[in-house]
Design a protein around this ligand. Structure first.
Ligand SMILES: [Zn+2]
Length: 607
């Protein structure tokens, strides 16, 4: 009896004072955005404070790794998450564990990836509900890439976007868009990213964004490059393995997931386009690096909670697939690297590498989950605008999801870049490209290009590049260069860049002038296109008369041009220059690309 009454008293006590009698209250591990019920997103300091708390709770699984400073001096970090406390990239690659890089806030106003990543970090290592995501994978979370933009906070930074209440800004502190800076790497952030990328060489790259564009039912959208420029094995893994898995898994989690499509404002029935990003963009750059990647675009008009949760589910699904397919993923990345090295060891005139693509005319039917909209004539703009309803409209539209090569090259055995083009050499070095300096002057016959570029008048990313825009239209592209053989001279310290290295496609992307984000396109070589000597009219007048008298074919050409080209006929300077350009005084170096394409390394003096 006594025993029984003691037991009863104990039971009564533990019901009345459960916490006091047992353990202290559980720690509150809600992330900052969860605490404010998804109305807010934390500033960078708060974000890092939460991450430091996680590190303190799980020091053997999480490490904060600084990798640089922003323009305004804030610390760029990667948060390395590894189940067994191994944080060394060499050891991790050696153990065949896939490395996944999650990049948030490159456009800092588009920030749910950061908040989703904080929740995922907690769930992997603190409450361990997602611990299995670390079975094989090692995760690098960059909480915010564009930190200076992230701290430029306002309620008015994203006019199209539905929350959080305040958010960061699109560009970094020089007003550069980091998601156009992967190739030219003008920003300090991009330069340091390239070094950090080379250090880790991730097996899968995720770039988290928020859409601009149409309204539709999808809250989670994504883009993966499937063009003919993508390594074939990587292409089919992404298309046949990754894509069906994430679509099903994110749907099962209660979200509406679909491809990130552009829909024609003028006439939606004309079909859906998907982007194929050139390498100025993160995912386009990964194509050159032969690494699979995904562009995540959460839909701007969905509420912030839906977007954070949807982003979380997509990250979770990708990590599940990376773990279950770890061996395949690592094998195909290694094979792509090895193929680059092997193929680059000798010159093969029949080899082609695709450097530029455009959509073909081919489309496939696509079941599109849209909203009904009305096209209304506007008395404000004078144009037509789409008035969206939230009435569901599921329609079959043509999807233009097939890409064709529009520019391919036969890779040389090596390039040779003259020593004086220091900015180009620095850029190649920043991309992790291996090169050897020549030890003496060398002159010889090399393959190169003669180019007649057309600059864009519009400023774009602080430059006047040739191609600023629309990569969805194949007619947009016209080559500016033709291949020639020329005798060029190279001083000592010129860089020989052999193509038997894993970054061979990056090298071609920078050094082939007609590649969409080449050094020529971005203006690194602009000076070679300038005429520096001019004839005075009183010198050219007698020269022209002499040339006309001595050369009947030239006279015929001149007269034909006068008859056919009104602008020319009315421009005295152009008429005189016609003769200067055809005289021995004309500078043969104008438009001659100074980089050589070598088919053999024989006879080149280098270390
Ligand atoms: Zn974006």
């Amino acid at each position: 009896m006594k025993t029984q009454s003691t037991l009863l008293a104990t039971l009564i006590l533990s019901v009345a004072f459960p916490a006091a009698a047992q353990t202290k209250p559980a720690a509150d591990w809600r992330t900052p955005t969860e605490i404010c019920d998804y109305r807010c997103t934390p500033r960078y300091d708060e974000t890092m404070a939460y991450i430091r708390r996680v590190v303190a709770a799980a020091p053997t699984q999480v490490k904060i790794e600084p990798w640089g400073k922003t323009g305004e001096g804030r610390e760029l970090v990667g948060v390395i998450v590894s189940k067994d406390g191994v944080f060394d990239p060499v050891a991790i690659h050696k153990a065949s564990r896939p490395v996944v890089y999650i990049q948030n806030g490159i456009h800092a106003g588009e920030i749910e990836g950061k908040d989703a990543s904080l929740a995922l970090l907690r769930d992997m290592v603190v409450n361990k509900t997602r611990a299995a995501l670390l079975d094989k994978a090692v995760v690098i979370i960059v909480p915010v890439y564009n930190i200076d933009g992230h701290e430029r906070v306002s309620r008015y930074n994203r006019i199209n976007q539905n929350g959080p209440e305040e958010m960061g800004w699109r560009t970094q502190s020089n007003n550069l868009n980091l998601n156009r800076d992967y190739m030219k790497a003008d920003s300090v952030e991009a330069r340091q990213f390239l070094a950090y990328f080379a250090k880790w060489l991730p097996d899968f790259f995720i770039d988290d964004h928020v859409t601009d564009g149409a309204d539709y039912q999808y809250d989670v959208t994504y883009a993966i490059d499937f063009g003919p420029d993508v390594d074939p094995a990587i292409n089919s893994w992404e298309r046949d393995q990754l894509r069906p898995y994430i679509e099903k898994s994110v749907t099962d989690a209660g979200h509406v997931i679909g491809l990130y499509v552009g829909i024609g404002e003028a006439d939606p029935m004309k079909g859906l386009k998907i982007p194929q990003d050139p390498p100025r963009f993160s995912t386009g750059y990964m194509v050159l690096q032969n690494r699979p990647s995904i562009l995540v675009e959460m839909h701007m008009l969905k509420d912030y909670k839906t977007r954070v949760r949807g982003n979380y589910e997509l990250l979770r699904a990708i990590l599940e697939k990376v773990n279950s397919g770890a061996d395949t993923l690592i094998e195909m990345n290694r094979a792509a690297d090895a193929a680059m090295v092997a193929d680059g060891k000798s010159y093969n005139p029949s080899r082609k590498v695709v450097l530029r693509t455009a959509p073909s005319d081919h489309s496939e039917p696509f079941h599109y989950l849209g909203y009904k909209s009305k096209r209304v004539l506007s008395e404000v703009s004078g144009g037509v605008w789409n008035q969206y309803t939230h009435e569901i409209e599921n329609i079959d539209l043509p999807l233009y999801n097939d890409f064709q090569p529009v520019f391919s090259v036969t890779p040389p055995r090596a390039y040779i870049v003259p020593a004086q083009w220091t900015r180009v050499i620095d850029l190649l070095r920043a991309h992790g490209v291996q090169m050897q300096p020549t030890t003496a002057s060398w002159e010889g016959e090399v393959g190169t290009y003669r180019c007649s570029p057309k600059w864009n008048n519009m400023l774009f990313e602080g430059r006047h590049p040739m191609a600023i825009g629309d990569f969805s239209d194949p007619s947009h592209y016209t080559p500016i260069c033709r291949q020639v053989q020329e005798k060029l001279s190279f001083g000592p310290g010129s860089m020989v860049i052999s193509l038997d290295q894993r970054t061979a496609k990056v090298i071609m992307g920078l050094l082939e002038p007609d590649a969409p984000d080449s050094c020529v396109q971005w203006g690194f070589f602009d000076a070679i296109f300038e005429q520096k000597e001019f004839g005075e009219p009183y010198v050219l007048e007698p020269l022209a008369r002499k040339m006309l008298a001595e050369d009947p074919a030239l006279r015929a050409e001149f007269e034909k041009k006068l008859a056919e080209d009104k602008a020319f006929a009315g421009d005295p300077d152009a008429r005189l220059n016609f003769f200067y350009d055809r005289s021995p005084y004309h500078d043969l170096h104008i438009g001659l690309y100074p980089v050589g394409r070598l088919t053999s390394l024989e006879g080149i003096p280098f270390k």
